[in-house]
Design a protein around this ligand. Structure first.
Ligand SMILES: Cc1cc2nc3c(=O)[nH]c(=O)nc-3n(C[C@H](O)[C@H](O)[C@H](O)COP(=O)(O)OP(=O)(O)OC[C@H]3O[C@@H](n4cnc5c(N)ncnc54)[C@H](O)[C@@H]3O)c2cc1C
Length: 495
């Protein structure tokens, strides 16, 4: 057994990357934030809590940050729940607060931010136990010296591990399903204070509700998660017609010699979504003396520079595509599995206080990818918000979670837009998002829930047909509706 504990005091300022190029600007997480004028109608307050969108300022009652684990964390959760029940207020736990639509914020309630990186490896079982509030950077720090790597995590290392399970995130290691597929068991405190263990064998119903359950089922204390060997990896690059991508990608992700893969599409208007780049990583011949996980390298900073210069400049979008598809492949060299995922979101931060980068993500059945390309070509270029990037990942079938975004194998298209911080931009973004969701749900796809809450309730239930079942089960487990956030308030409460 190898154990490790790290602690952070405050949330850090952060930018973002989804697959290396999708950035956004500083993300306020704590109280004492100003409201966004003209958006949302919330008066400025000294008890507002916001998230990575900077557009979610929401009044809260209180905010605690227990840096605790095990029994101490259970006691801290119980104290918050008990006080909230007595006051008739909601509770919600968040970690890095990089969700973008109040999914980690309890309106007028008791907010809890967890952040304690305790990790203990069981190398014989190929698993580790981890505090729910640990960040992926903590996990990599603990696993890397022992020769292991997270099986599935996002493309950046800032996010909370329990938060990742709670949104059922995915990354670009293949051929996995979402992160929940790699969780063996967890302990969580239910709204009435009961501590439960949940896994596929023990309390399986609680497990399938909590996986992708956005903190609405229980407060996760710690988890047992699968790990895989760390590897030295060499990249390979292939440019192709966008329409050819699904078949080539499906073949690559099924190849046992390829543990990581992703794609990109060109985003300049003249040839929008016409070409694809597929990047695959294969183990190097020599797996001895794997170097320690590095952070952001020169290539990440170069990518960030090129990424930012494309805002408002079509010519730069064309040049960026050339850099990514023709120039960077000549420079790219060996890396490690851990180094590739050990990227903080701050690398690609946008320093413009008047703009914010907003992510979207769509989970598209492989056979519907052509329709997806057509929908994007018809909807995105007309929008007032500016499209910056799309990264393509593979997510295998998720047979477990009730709110599953990938009930069949999917190509996950992670999109990044830059938006002015104005009501006009927000309204235009909402219009465009709804148009995209209509088209993609009609193709049998889904959209991802941690981003802006622009979808209508009808779109939500069309994309997540088991939403009413989830809401009914949640009411049974938490009849006083103590665990609440904006996902519940906006989408689930009325079902
Ligand atoms: C720049 C950027 C890049 C991203 N890249 C990816 C990506 O590659 N793949 C992907 O799938 N997603 C990606 N995302 C989305 C990301 O996975 C989610 O926003 C995730 O919620 C972020 O983790 P967090 O720690 O910030 O969560 P938070 O926003 O703090 O919380 C998210 C949810 O988890 C719940 N939660 C948190 N901790 C607990 C706990 N202990 N117990 C119970 N519930 C809890 C909260 O209540 C909330 O509903 C990205 C987002 C950004 C902004």
């Amino acid at each position: 057994m190898v154990g490790k504990t790290t602690r952070r005091g405050l949330l850090v300022a952060s930018g973002a990357a989804a697959g290396g190029f999708a950035g956004w600007s500083w993300a306020p997480g704590l109280s004492q934030l100003s409201g966004v004028p003209g958006i949302g109608g919330e008066p400025p307050s000294d008890t507002l809590l916001n998230d990575a969108s900077q557009l979610s300022a929401t009044p809260i009652h209180s905010h605690v940050r227990p840096t605790a684990r095990g029994d101490a964390l259970i006691a801290a959760f119980r104290a918050e729940l008990e006080a909230a029940r007595a006051e008739g207020r909601p509770v919600n736990v968040g970690a890095a607060r990089h969700s973008m639509g109040g999914q980690a914020i309890p309106r007028n309630g008791r907010a809890v931010t967890v952040d304690d990186g305790w990790i203990e490896l069981d190398t014989a079982a190929g698993t580790y136990r981890v505090n729910g509030g640990a960040r992926w950077s903590d996990v990599i720090d603990a696993l890397d010296p022992q020769g292991f790597s997270p099986a599935v995590m996002q493309s950046n290392n800032d996010f909370g591990v329990a938060a990742t399970f709670s949104v059922n995130a995915h990354g670009w290691p293949v051929p996995f399903g979402p992160m929940g597929a790699t969780v063996r068991s967890l302990r969580m405190v239910l709204a009435d204070g009961t501590l439960v263990v949940a896994s596929r064998d023990e309390n399986p119903r609680l497990f399938e509700l909590a996986m992708g359950g956005y903190g609405l089922i229980g407060l996760i204390v710690d988890m047992e998660v699968q790990m895989v060997p760390n590897l030295r990896l060499m990249p390979g690059f292939e440019v192709m017609a966008a329409a050819d991508f699904p078949a080539r990608f499906a073949a690559a992700v099924k190849d046992p010699g390829i543990p990581m893969a992703y794609g990109r599409l060109n985003v300049d208007r003249a040839a929008f979504f016409q070409e694809a780049l597929m990047v695959t990583y294969a183990p190097s011949g020599d797996q001895s003396d794997i170097p320690p996980a590095a952070g952001s390298g020169v290539m990440s900073h170069l990518a960030s520079f090129v990424y930012r210069t494309q805002v408002g400049r079509e010519g730069m979008k064309r040049r960026r595509w050339w850099v990514e598809s023709s120039f960077a492949p000549r420079l790219a060299g060996e890396s490690t599995r851990n180094s590739l995922m050990n990227e903080p979101v701050v690398t690609l931060a946008d320093g413009d206080p008047n703009r914010v980068d907003i992510l979207h993500e769509y989970f598209v059945p492989l056979e519907a990818f052509d329709g997806f390309l057509v929908a994007c070509r018809e909807v995105i270029p007309d929008a007032f918000v500016e499209f910056l990037n799309v990264t393509l990942r593979f997510v295998d079938t998720d047979p477990t979670s009730v709110l599953a975004h990938s009930p069949t194998p999917r190509i996950a298209a992670v999109m990044s837009f830059t938006q002015e911080m104005t009501a006009r931009a927000e309204a235009d973004h909402r219009r465009m998002t709804r148009a995209l969701i209509d088209r993609i749900v009609a193709l049998g796809g889904t959209y991802y829930l941690p981003y802006r809450p622009h979808a209508t309730v009808a779109q939500f239930t069309a994309a997540y047909p088991r939403a009413a079942e989830f809401a009914a089960a949640k009411r049974e487990i938490d009849p006083s509706l103590t665990l609440r956030n904006n996902l519940w308030d906006s989408y689930l409460e009325g079902l």
